[in-house]
Design a protein around this ligand. Structure first.
Ligand code: SF4
Ligand code: FES
Length: 373
């Protein structure tokens, strides 16, 4: 089974870890790379060429904040010339009007803009960046004025879960074609801040009701992506669509990874583009082959009828909670550790107390380019 895998179709390129925002749920690793560790323009262009040769059809240009790279237009143009669909994932606080037009002219296909709260004070508090909300709304308008399709990404946690209805109205008013209600995944900085971010079950249930009603009402007008967050789910999500199945990511220094948290699995080692070709890494690297297919699975996944639906869930969540990356994801009701997920929710709520306004976060840091609140 491990021999029958296909070329990747999707790649997430983390062009830089630098970012003007400091969101406490950032999926970047805790040890952020400084600018001097980033691959240069020519190396990224070579990597994109190899990705296109390998079969990649879509590239998500992300970070950190990808627009901090002055060579972004060049990258978009190269990908467009190879027929690769490009999606810019941005915090949207630093983009000048001319930049969006230039990116559109270079061939950019789509923009995904994160908004931390439906209200200005929430966006400012979570991002720790003064005036972030207003800047983001302006970016959304510029994106639509440039004729680019827009997705609004709303990362949801205890401090904005009661704003889901407002997020839906906001995305509609910004003429977004899609809204991602993205319940925070507890890895990276979010794992560090889990107690401060965890919502209650009642809030999650209310959120589900609101989203389901809006999906019905807005059919054909705006798509809303939503899945039950892992700590409240019965079955896990197929993280990354399955380990090394059809997607991968590249860190700013060219390290090629099966997922954003893969480096938290201590016995895996990862290779860099430049030391080896992308094709060699995708096909042969021990880290990519570690959890490919189903041969690596333990019980209950090994004999489960859903093993090729969710691929055993998330390896990094299994590592974080079960202490074994090959274990069944504890988000699954069949995992012997499933009850631990509910316990962690209770512990988080008990630790955090009821006063949301006084919660303190460990904000993500390396960015020299920010306006402090
Ligand atoms: Fe998925 Fe494994 Fe749970 Fe089955 S036992 S539903 S394969 S995580
Ligand atoms: Fe690594 Fe889910 S984040 S497999």
């Amino acid at each position: 089974m491990n021999a029958t895998y296909f070329p990747p179709v999707s790649m997430l390129a983390e062009l830089t870890h630098r970012c003007p925002l400091q969101c406490p749920y950032c999926s970047n690793p805790l040890e952020l790379l400084k600018a001097n560790r980033e691959h240069d323009t020519q190396t990224w262009l070579r990597l994109f060429d190899e990705a296109a040769d390998l079969g990649v059809l879509q590239v998500h240009l992300s970070g950190g904040e990808p627009t901090l790279r002055p060579d972004l237009e060049e990258m978009v143009a190269r990908l467009a010339s190879r027929g690769v669909y490009t999606n810019l994932i941005t915090a949207g606080v630093l983009i000048a009007e001319g930049r969006i037009r230039a990116l559109a002219e270079a061939g950019l296909d789509h923009v995904q803009l994160s908004i931390q709260g439906a209200r200005p004070e929430t966006t400012q508090r979570i991002s720790n960046y003064r005036g972030a909300h207003e800047k983001k709304l302006e970016t959304a308008r510029l994106v639509r004025a440039a004729g680019l399709p827009l997705t609004i990404n709303a990362p949801i946690h205890r401090h904005n879960i009661d704003q889901v209805g407002e997020f839906i109205e906001l995305a509609l008013s910004l003429d977004a074609e899609r809204l991602e209600i993205a319940n925070v995944q507890y890895s990276g900085w979010a794992l560090l801040n889990r107690n401060a971010l965890m919502p209650s079950r009642e809030a999650v249930d209310r959120q589900t009701e609101i989203v389901e009603a809006a999906r019905e009402r807005l059919r054909g007008i705006m798509n809303i992506d939503y899945v039950t967050p892992d700590y409240f789910a019965i079955y896990p999500k197929p993280c990354m669509g399955g380990w090394a199945r059809d997607a991968f990511m590249v860190a700013p220094d060219g390290t090629v990874l099966p997922c954003h948290a893969a480096q938290t699995i201590p016995w895996l080692s990862f290779e860099r583009f430049g030391d080896r070709s992308l094709r060699e890494i995708w096909n042969d690297s021990p880290a990519f082959n570690a959890f490919r297919g189903t041969d690596w699975m333990q019980q209950p996944c090994r004999s489960c009828e859903r093993r090729e639906i969710d691929w055993g869930g998330c390896r990094c969540q299994a590592m974080a909670i079960a202490g074994d990356a090959a274990a069944t994801d504890p988000a699954c009701v069949k995992s012997p550790l499933h009850a631990r997920m509910a316990q962690l929710v209770e512990e988080a709520l008990a630790t955090a107390g009821s006063d949301s306004a006084n919660t303190t976060f460990v904000y993500r840091r390396i960015a020299p380019v920010r306006e402090p609140v």
